[in-house]
Design a protein around this ligand. Structure first.
Ligand code: AMP
Ligand code: MG
Length: 491
């Protein structure tokens, strides 16, 4: 099979590519085409997202769309590449690169944003190593559900435009239907892209990459005395914001390797990710994370560790004197824990309906969390119960009568109306999260019965989680037991 490049001048699909990453030095990518598949079929197409990207959903939802999103048909202006990067995987440095993804190009949206359009599962590339370059349907649906849920939860994230099946099986433990997901992100620049450049690229390539990242994500940094130090500061801040939001909603990424951390602060690479039900900082779902390196409670620390790896790559750009450069970077790194702590505490205040700050707030929050851990309660539903005034009926609440009194007097000192407090809590405490058993149920129906209705219903339930008036039925219920629940990397 060969690709048909669309040459129709009256193209109505809305593709509007401008591929800036390709203008970086050659070392940063390999030209590679998605490998055509036998029988593309639409699983789900994100019409709302398509519209916001300036794409025509009516043109792309059907056969032409499925062929495009399977990689059989290259849209006008696409110039496919696989990106080179390295990364620390569970602490060990390795060369990686897009082994099963192809960047079609950068779509310029009607509101002037630039976003990557990437096919994931589109076949082997020069970076595939031993892998087949393909993806199984289950993990792609998981990524679709979780990334769309994250977006609805106001957590910076890549998006999912489409999932299609390929008509081909992929061999894992057993054979599964193959699929391709179309990922949309403000870029796929990773800490690992910088690690790659710093290790093998030489000074000029590293500088070109840093300038590119600044121009693409943080143009204000270019005007600073030391733009590269300013770049680090920006990345520290966005990453601190993102990980605080993870902690505040109970999201566990599961594989926070440096190649999965973006310059933009967007969450990417939904492999073994899952939301925590029962509150426990030691929660780990990923089958390969035996040490708990990426446990819920470790995520802020790991973000800091990853940022330090990113900062190291900038040394040659910061100052000719290496010692001086390290000193400057280390000084900047202090920002991370301050910013994270600030964000987290502000977020927790909002979850408790507090508007102002008081000295004892952190202790108040910690006392609640300690009790929640001890009583094994559901994270999301405990905050909902606080929001709805039903907390004292819960097991945690009964143990925490004194805490509840303290919280109530803290609220009284602010003197806000009950309604203001409730509204604040409603915007900070989601009614619903993608519960693992519901995600699994959607995957199961899709993979074994080609039934996508379970997924669509779940997506609908997750589409506006801060709307507390919607009827959620059993979607708010935690699983009866989660003993032994495991997630897997999407390979
Ligand atoms: P991930 O765990 O998804 O972040 O992937 C880590 C690395 O493995 C990346 O370089 C991926 O491109 C690569 N990879 C994952 N799955 C496959 C596959 N099926 N074939 C080739 N490369 C893969
Ligand atoms: Mg990855």
């Amino acid at each position: 099979m060969t690709h048909n490049q669309n040459t129709n001048v009256h193209d109505e699909t809305g593709w509007n590519f401008d591929n800036s990453y390709r203008r970086l030095p050659d070392a940063f990518f390999a030209e590679v085409e998605p490998i055509p598949v036998p029988h593309p079929e639409d699983v789900t197409f994100n019409r709302t997202l398509a519209e916001s990207l300036g794409l025509n959903p009516d043109k792309l939802a059907g056969m032409e769309g499925a062929a495009t999103f399977a990689g059989n048909y290259l849209p006008l202006g696409a110039e496919p590449i696989a990106q080179a990067y390295a990364g620390h995987q569970f602490g060990n440095f390795t060369m990686l690169g897009d082994g099963r993804a192809v960047l079609l190009g950068e779509q310029i949206t009607p509101d002037g944003r630039r976003v990557d359009i990437q096919l994931k599962g589109s076949g082997r590339t020069p970076f595939s190593r031993g892998g087949d370059g393909r993806a199984a349907l289950g993990p792609m649906i998981r990524e679709h559900i979780i990334s769309e849920a994250m977006h609805a939860l106001n957590i910076p994230t890549s998006r999912s435009l489409s999932v299609v099946t390929t008509g081909e099986g992929v061999q894992r433990e057993i054979e599964f239907p193959g699929a391709v997901l179309t990922r949309v992100a403000s870029s796929h620049l990773r800490f690992g892209t910088f690690q790659y450049a710093a290790k093998w690229g030489g000074y000029d390539n590293l500088k070109a990459l840093a300038n590119y990242a600044i121009e693409r994500h943080y143009p204000e940094a270019a005007d600073e005395d030391n733009p590269y130090l300013a770049l680090l500061e920006k990345v520290i801040k966005t990453q601190a914001d993102t990980v605080a939001k993870w902690q505040l909603t109970g999201f566990i990424h599961g594989v926070m390797n440096t190649d999965n951390m973006t310059l933009s602060g967007e969450t990417i690479d939904y492999g073994p990710c899952a939301f925590m039900n029962t509150y426990d900082p030691a929660t780990v779902f990923s089958s390969i994370d035996v040490q708990g390196r990426y446990a819920y409670g470790n995520q802020p620390y790991i973000t800091g560790w990853n940022l330090a790896r990113f900062a190291e790559t900038l040394i040659p750009l910061i100052n000719d004197d290496q010692e001086k450069a390290v000193e400057l970077l280390q000084e900047k790194m202090k920002l991370f824990s301050e910013r994270y702590q600030q964000n987290w505490l502000d977020g927790m205040r909002a979850k408790l309906g507090l508007f102002d700050t008081e000295e004892g707030d952190e202790a108040l929050v910690e006392e609640l969390l300690t009790a929640m851990e001890k009583t094994h309660v559901d994270f999301t539903n405990t905050f909902r119960a606080l929001t709805y005034g039903t907390f004292l009926e819960t097991s945690c609440g009964r143990e925490l009568n004194d805490w509840h009194d303290k919280w109530q007097s803290r609220l009284k000192r602010e003197g806000r109306s009950e309604e203001d407090v409730r509204r604040r809590m409603e915007t900070a405490n989601p009614a619903v999260i993608p519960r693992n058993h519901r995600v699994e149920e959607a995957l199961e129906a899709a993979v074994s019965k080609s039934d996508y209705t379970v997924m669509e219903k779940l997506l609908d339930a997750l589409s506006d989680p801060y709307d507390h008036t919607k009827e959620y039925g059993s979607y708010t219920e935690p699983p009866e037991s989660e003993q032994g629940y495991q997630t897997f990397c999407g390979t």
